[in-house]
Design a binder for this molecule. Sequence first.
Ligand SMILES: Cc1cc2nc3c(=O)[nH]c(=O)nc-3n(C[C@H](O)[C@H](O)[C@H](O)COP(=O)(O)OP(=O)(O)OC[C@H]3O[C@@H](n4cnc5c(N)ncnc54)[C@H](O)[C@@H]3O)c2cc1C
Length: 381
Amino acid sequence: MAATRATSCNIFRRFDPCGLTISSRVLAFFILVLSQFFGTSYDCDSMTVHLNDPLLPEAKMHIVLPGAPVVAHIASSDSCIRGKSASFVRHIGIDLAGTPLEGTFLAGQSFGVVVPGVDSKGRPNKVRLYSIASPSYGEDGFGRIISTTCKRTIEEIPDENDPMRSDGHPLILGVCSNWLCDQSVGSEILVSGPNGKRFVLPVNHSDHDYIFMATGTGIAPFRGMIHELLVGPPAGSPAHAKWSGPCQRKIHLVMGAPYRTDLLYDEWFRNLASTHPNFTYHTVISREPLQQPGHGPHTHHYVDARLDYFRPLLESNRTLIYACGLAGMQVGIFKALAIAGLGGQYLTVHEEIAAIAPSEWTTEQIKRRVRPTHRCMLEVY
Ligand SMILES: Cc1cc2nc3c(=O)[nH]c(=O)nc-3n(C[C@H](O)[C@H](O)[C@H](O)COP(=O)(O)OP(=O)(O)OC[C@H]3O[C@@H](n4cnc5c(N)ncnc54)[C@H](O)[C@@H]3O)c2cc1C
């Protein structure tokens, strides 16, 4: 497979360590990253130089454009939440057989869905992107069936001028997500893609250790990637013959959700963690009281117990960080990395803010002046 070495930007900054112990900085990093959803804050100000950019595969892109989508078929549709939840999220399989998209996707890429018909202004519905939740060899090992993790968008929009109006808070049902979740097996679906080329696994899985961070449906690409790293293609499939076996490197998945019932593919990840000692599954639940270590707002209890394990991983020059989920998630992660003194391998910082302590960076500065290196992959929406 053709591959490209992801080259890093030349702006490297090294900040003096902030004086915290390594353990404190690692702890600070995790508290900030995992608890960005809880509004926790923590101070420190150092960064180090990054090394060992990953060798990425040559991802195929835009084989089918949204203006001329191809017809695929719904192959499966199953709920992927843990029992009852206020959210409705489905794992949806899509059969690409016979289309130019068959066998073209890499785990981490996304595809477009075009809902038939027109929007409220009479224009053709615009394309929406969905991350694939399947590995590069597809759900079937032949690259014919991809999948995604689709959350129904359901919102009440209050009338800002008159919130008390009885008809002033209409229910908005997102066009594409609800259409997609409504479809049954065999239905036609118009798809385009693939999209994205950087949010993919490296060519040589064993060259790196991995930290995956997800919120909500941001888990989708990690289901595919972790399948690829640990489970492998179904026996008898062409991909299986080429598979070199489960990745033995360290793999951490940190999944943030408001309630435990919102954890997606939870049982699948738990089973994987119980059968692969190099895979650790962390859940960070923001809106439930502390019931056991690892749940509730006190994530530092969880991290505290594991500092010896995380320290070498974050400071290692072969660890890759992948984060996917809510837009704005990168702000908390970048700031946390920099404050914890672990940003140098994962971030480049514009000289305009290089002299400012990371704890003082504003959201706007982080959005405009901090960029991930090739050791830190982001997909936010
Ligand atoms: C790279 C990428 C990957 C993605 N991956 C996934 C994924 O794996 N899973 C997933 O579920 N989503 C994913 N998304 C998000 C997805 O593309 C859609 O944005 C999402 O499903 C909502 O689309 P929709 O058509 O249902 O909602 P839309 O109809 O587009 O509505 C979106 C929002 O617009 C506003 N809005 C709409 N209509 C009105 C109105 N009449 N009045 C006021 N406000 C209104 C509301 O805030 C509403 O929530 C991804 C996005 C990107 C960019």
